[in-house]
Design a protein around this ligand. Structure first.
Ligand SMILES: NC(=O)c1ccc[n+]([C@@H]2O[C@H](COP(=O)([O-])OP(=O)(O)OC[C@H]3O[C@@H](n4cnc5c(N)ncnc54)[C@H](OP(=O)(O)O)[C@@H]3O)[C@@H](O)[C@H]2O)c1
Length: 333
């Protein structure tokens, strides 16, 4: 077995500025502690990874760091009694690619409590296509269901914002599989065919939705929502959501503020539920991964594959919201 890895390396130039370069000589001794060495087959280019690669200090707090919050690969060496060498596994969250070395390199050193053995029927490529976005979308769908929002509880659709992005695409596909009707709110109505293929019952222009007059309460348009935009979008979604419904807040693609009033909460009983994919107990993750394996999701259509060497040049496209679905990074052939 080789004793070094190749991958992206975020360093520091000594004056506090972060630097990014590709290294072929990362010694395992530089890759942190853990009882598993995993050969990474696929990672992904999440928004956080794009920030890290382009030197945003918000994600990489302590350089040096290999970015990559998601990875799917095969255990190469193990000193753990339960996870054997040869096991295909997936890791999302737990600080990989943020405060410990992540998946945008050919090897990662990991802790056994952070890995999920891949369920039967899910390939490594599909696991990375799902990744953090899949866990986030799955948690959001669970939040709707656990608050009693079911396909038959209302004739109104579930709104999904940022619909052509990673979380949005997977939320649409999971909602379709669970029998919900949905409206995809998107800045890219030219992706209407893709959104319909994922399961969107209707497609709404983000610009048109945001240009409606802003009132604390709008007519009731949605039985619930999965929002990854935050900001004005989330405020308007809250105002247009039906009585006793649930809005799952997943992201901040449109802003981290929330210019709303208490009226949706106290006059309509709307619940705002926060979704955090990073720290979830293993049993919740295992249930989600088992559900994904049997869900027959259109993952080949959602994932756009790029080679590891092209991760940096694709990062600005991710930050500009120009990529569709999930950017999956092929790490080892
Ligand atoms: N809570 C968690 O644990 C968690 C996990 C994963 C991701 N996130 C967050 O969720 C968000 C989406 O992640 P992602 O992986 O889906 O990213 P992504 O693939 O880059 O998708 C983001 C989508 O947001 C939409 N968008 C872009 N600019 C917007 C704006 N100004 N206002 C409203 N929508 C805008 C675009 O979709 P359209 O073109 O269709 O409009 C874009 O494709 C990010 O903020 C990310 O940090 C949170």
């Amino acid at each position: 077995m080789a004793n070094h890895a190749s991958g992206w390396w975020i360093g520091s130039d000594g004056s506090g500025q972060l630097t990014t370069h590709f290294r072929d000589d990362i010694a395992f001794s530089q890759m942190g502690e853990g009882s598993l060495t995993i050969a990474v087959h696929y990672s992904a280019l999440n928004y956080k990874d794009a920030l890290a690669l382009t030197g945003s200090p918000g994600v990489v707090r302590k350089p040096p760091l290999i970015p990559g919050i998601d990875l799917a690969g095969v255990v190469e060496e193990s000193s753990d009694s339960e996870i054997q060498a040869g096991t295909p596994v997936v890791i999302t969250g737990y600080g990989y690619g943020e405060n410990r070395h992540g998946g945008l390199a050919t090897r990662v050193i990991a802790e056994p409590q952070h890995v999920i053995p891949l369920p039967e029927g899910l390939s490594l490529q599909h696991a990375a296509t799902l990744g953090t976005a899949g866990i986030t979308a799955g948690l959001a769908v669970n939040a709707l269901q656990s608050h009693g929002i079911t396909p038959s509880s209302s004739s109104l659709p579930i709104a999904v914002t940022g619909a052509a992005g990673g979380v949005g695409s997977l939320a649409l596909a999971l909602l379709k599989g669970a029998g919900y009707t949905t409206v995809a709110i998107t800045g890219r109505t030219d992706e209407a065919d893709y959104l319909s293929m994922l399961g969107a019952t209707d497609v709404m222009s983000r610009q048109e939705f945001l240009s409606q007059p802003s009132r604390p309460l709008q007519s009731e348009q949605f039985a619930g929502a999965i929002d990854q935009a935050g900001g004005d979008m989330l405020a308007r979604i809250l105002a247009a959501t039906a009585s006793n419904s649930v809005v799952a807040a997943c992201g901040l693609a449109g802003g981290s503020d929330l210019p709303t009033t208490v009226l949706p909460f106290i006059l309509r009983g709307v619940s705002l539920v926060g979704i955090n994919s990073v720290f979830q107990p293993p049993d919740v993750r295992v249930d989600l991964w088992n559900g994904f394996a049997s869900a027959n999701l259109p993952l080949d259509e959602i994932g756009q594959i790029i080679p590891l060497a092209e991760a940096l040049e694709n990062a600005p496209r991710v930050l500009a919201g120009l990529t569709r679905g999930r950017v999956v990074v092929k790490v080892i052939d």
